[in-house]
Design a protein around this ligand. Sequence first.
Ligand code: CUA
Length: 262
Amino acid sequence: MKIHTYERLWLIGSMVLIVGFIVTITYGTVGLGITMIGDEEDALSPDDINDDERFAEPGVEQVGEDEFEAHVVAMTFIFQPDPIEIPANNEVTFYVTSRDVIHSFTVVGTNTNTMVIPGEVSTMTVEFDEPGEYGVVCNEYCGSGHHDMEGELIVHPEDEFALTELEVDAPDTVEPDDEFELAVTVENGLLEDLDTTLAAEIGDETFEEDVTVAGDETETVTIDVDAEELGEGEHDWSVTVDDETESGSVTVEEADDGGDES
Ligand code: CUA
């Protein structure tokens, strides 16, 4: 059969286009990892966010040696947590959901970008090689504050990254002859042991103690304080572990010398 040269060219041209379309779509799904939201995660109604253990207190946690998960909630017109802090050179999977309307979670200057749809959980696994501070913006129009909706993503150098939390339980007022304590609870959110130093100051006195907190555990250190040595009045205290500091004050009440108070 004789095919005219032009007809042959058109045939070849359209074949090339068809194959081209298939290749681009396949590359987009497989090569770039572009997926539909809701493909991988179950639906999550905005009403259930507060009861969902991942999103009730959104944040970052370590799930494997070089693997982290970051749970983020978008709402008019903020991202929680803010800032989001992650280590460089580790795989971080973001799970993002919305409390109200459609937003986006877009890390400026990177290809980390997803729509955030109420009822759905968007997931993205990324690895940042460059430590630094990145802006997070919303690029889906979501209301009057849309242009102000921003957050921050801090990528820490891997060896400086910690998930340490500090809680101090201390009395507000004590009797002049009391012995009391500051109960310091250190939580280590990483899977590796945390070797660190706890430093505390109360009034003119300082304390220092080395603590080791096993991975994913908490450790409580108690600091004994003698109110008599502090003396009457208000005394500031502060406790520092890693880069976390908690502070407050304790008041040593006046000595009651026989009930002649007015
Ligand atoms: Cu949220 Cu625009």
